[in-house]
Write a protein that binds this ligand. Structure first.
Ligand code: GLN
Length: 484
């Protein structure tokens, strides 16, 4: 049951092979059994089961919506009414959201059961899930290595079969990189495709909600639920939402797949390169044409991102001042001292580092040298993709340069940590849709992911390409030992 796809679970519910209460209880038991993974921050069995009961009533009446009765876990960055919503920070460790994010509303409307809130890097800053105030999450493929981040709890949960699917957010790679490190399918839609309303802001011009699933088909089912215009998000895009499941089976004969030379150079582990190249051969067999493309400014993406994302974060996180909600220092002498102590005690080291870098980059005298310069680079990076997409329909490359690393290995070396996202960050800077799908296993037994990048709002094609690959391979179907 724990390795079934959403489509399979949905069918089982409709055919009354089991009830949503039973299904939800089974996942709750499993979350408990594998609590050492630390994949969840909040589990509330009573609430989840109450939702499952309502779903069962609907199922009996034959009034099921697409996800009726299916338990789904949500990254603890999505505001959920009546649930703790912590963003894995001490700053919000006591925050119970008074409202639902649009994404949560949509899952509710589709009938899904909220299974719990997953662990993550604090305020989504990190690539390893180690910056969480609630402690690191472990990777079920090897519990001594990281699951990736920042949506590491969602990735660990789905990989270990603690949830059939989970949401994530991706500002520079936080869906795709953990998906790669945990053998999952991860989809970051185009900027503006999924509403950011109620999704706690990190870097607003880059943040995008998406999903971590077992298969591309499941990702399509969930994107159908999540995508769409939201007047409450000023950057949400008003364009029709296709049925993402309708085109999954399309033939990919003649599809032009671009391989960016910059994605296969120095810094890429040989094993990851080898597995991605093997996948390319598979795509050739499916009739795709391979073309060489170039993204000449991609080496500037990490420095560009580490000016822009902290700049936006420093502004977004200014709201955590101890006044209206969240943590407040216990002892202080006056208002300024209260702010200072609240923020010193409430934020972790990585968040503070970002706030300082961002504040510096935005300060008078440095704005032009850093922030403005980075904005210009961002445009160049977006232009690179535009040019590349004149020669190809999708871009393919590695998701992350290596397999998952040991817990503790990079936490004291921010630059080494930042380089995890070298292949994913350019996609956020350009606002394009990106996916990671399983591509095999390295000699150390750890999973490797490959990345597919599409044109603006071409999620349907990415899902189609991923689905075709998953029909001829079975990497995505493998479960970590001990969690079968
Ligand atoms: N690892 C990147 C960072 O720390 C990306 C995080 C994300 O996508 N949320 O900023």
């Amino acid at each position: 049951m724990f390795n079934k796809t959403l489509t399979e679970l949905s069918a089982a519910l409709r055919e009354k092979q089991l009830s949503s209460m039973e299904l939800t209880q089974a996942f709750l038991d499993r979350i408990d059994k594998y609590s050492a993974l630390n994949a969840f921050i909040t589990v509330d069995a009573e609430r989840s089961l109450a939702e499952a009961r309502v779903a069962d009533e609907r199922l009996v009446k034959g009034k099921a919506a697409p996800l009726t009765g299916i338990p789904v876990a949500h990254k603890d960055i999505f505001c959920t009414e009546g649930w703790l919503t912590t963003c894995a920070s001490k700053m919000l460790a006591n925050f119970v959201s008074p409202y639902d994010a649009t994404v949560i509303e949509k899952f509710k409307a589709a009938g899904a059961v909220l299974l719990g809130k997953t662990n993550m890097d604090e305020f989504a800053m990190g690539s390893s899930n180690e910056t969480s105030y609630f402690g690191p999450t472990k990777n079920p493929w090897d519990t001594t290595v990281v699951p990736g981040g920042s949506s590491g709890g969602s990735a660990s949960a789905v990989a270990a079969g603690l949830a059939p699917a989970a949401t994530g957010t991706d500002t520079g790679g936080s869906i795709r990189q953990p998906a790669a490190l945990c053998n999952l399918t991860g989809l970051k839609p185009s900027y503006g495709r999924v509403s950011r309303y109620g999704m706690i802001a990190f870097a607003s011009s880059l943040d995008q909600g998406g999903v971590l699933t077992r298969t591309a088909e499941d990702a399509a089912v969930l994107l159908n639920v999540m995508a769409g215009f939201d007047p409450r998000d000023s950057t949400s895009v008003d364009r029709p939402v296709p049925d993402y499941t309708a085109t999954l089976d399309h033939d990919i004969k003649g599809l032009r797949i671009g391989l960016p030379e910059e994605y296969f150079g120095e810094g890429l582990s040989q094993e990851v390169a080898r597995l991605v190249e093997t996948a390319v051969e598979e795509f050739k067999k499916l009739g795709a044409k391979i073309v060489e493309v170039s993204l000449p400014n991609s080496n500037l993406a990490v420095p560009c991102y580490y000016v822009l994302a902290p700049a936006e974060a420093s502004s977004n996180l200014a709201r955590y001042d101890g006044v209206r909600y969240g943590f407040r220092a216990e002892e202080y002498s006056d208002l300024l001292d209260m702010y200072r102590k609240t923020r010193s005690q409430g934020f972790g080291a990585e968040v503070k580092r970002r706030i300082m870098i961002g504040t510096y980059a935005l300060s008078a005298g440095y704005y032009d040298a850093y922030y403005l310069k980075a904005q210009k680079l961002r445009r160049l990076i977006a232009e690179d993709f535009k040019q590349a997409f004149e020669m190809c329909d999708v871009i393919l490359g590695p998701t992350a340069p290596t397999t998952a690393f040991k817990i503790g290995a990079k936490i004291d070396d921010p630059v080494a940590m930042y380089l995890n996202d070298i292949y994913t960050i350019p996609v956020n800077l350009a606002g394009l849709p990106g996916m990671s799908i399983p591509a095999g296993f390295a000699a150390d037994g750890l999973p490797v992911g490959m990345q597919l990048i599409g044109r603006y709002f071409d999620e349907a094609r990415l899902l189609n390409v991923a689905h075709r690959y998953q029909q001829v391979t079975d990497w995505h179907a493998r479960m970590p030992e001990g969690f079968d």
